[in-house]
Design a protein. Sequence first.
Length: 271
Amino acid sequence: MNIEGKKRGWGYNAKSNSLDLHVNGRVVEKFAGSFPNIYATGTTQLYPVGTRLELPDGRVYRYSLSSGACYAGQGADFVYQEAVAYTTIGTTAAIGATEVTITAATHSALTLDELVGGYIIVYGASNADVQFRGILGNDASGSGLAITGVKLDAPLVAAVTGASTGCELFYNPYASIALATGVNLSKAGVPACEVAASGSYFWLQTWGPCWVAPQRTGFQAEANQRQAIWRHDGSIQASEHGDAYDTTQTAGFLITEGFTAGPLLMLQITP
């Protein structure tokens, strides 16, 4: 728990990147309203991107960074793609190592620790040798240059042998969230408030009761249409009402009866 958390009655667990607002399953009444304002944005980073926040009623949020405008009531997208496409690592690392270096590969310039919260896949000689790790840090690197100091969240269990070992690197998925308009991106969650532009830190709801803009023709009168599917613009429609804007990604299910009653959605992306 950090010092501010002790003063305010909520805790921050740095190991699991989570905020704890619970005491016996509820927010302590005398501190209610003193925990982070999830309905505000800012340009100053307060927590590690990807930090998980759970409210006593089961709503779950992730601390995110925008790469474009986002709207409350519409699903926003994971925008980041790979940081480094498949390449050979080119250096060696022994079993038990917690840091690797990737030789020169095609990639954009990286600032210090820009990959924190991201992931690395280390490919061995067979499918049995694949190692998937979280990234805890990286050194700054110019465009196309070697990436040194890639720190892993767990030791290697198979040695990296250089030219015969491949890898891929991914950014922290919550470090680039925006409202997109295509069906080629996946929805990350629903912003707790409007995000005006890129470069803003905000809370993104990923689970629990939520309202999302419905398509009027997307939920018909039939009572059996309960499952909601994301559309390209962050709205939802019934799963049976497929069209060119249907992403096929499940948003959750309706808590209330249908379109005329909200609808209130049980959001189901990341618990």
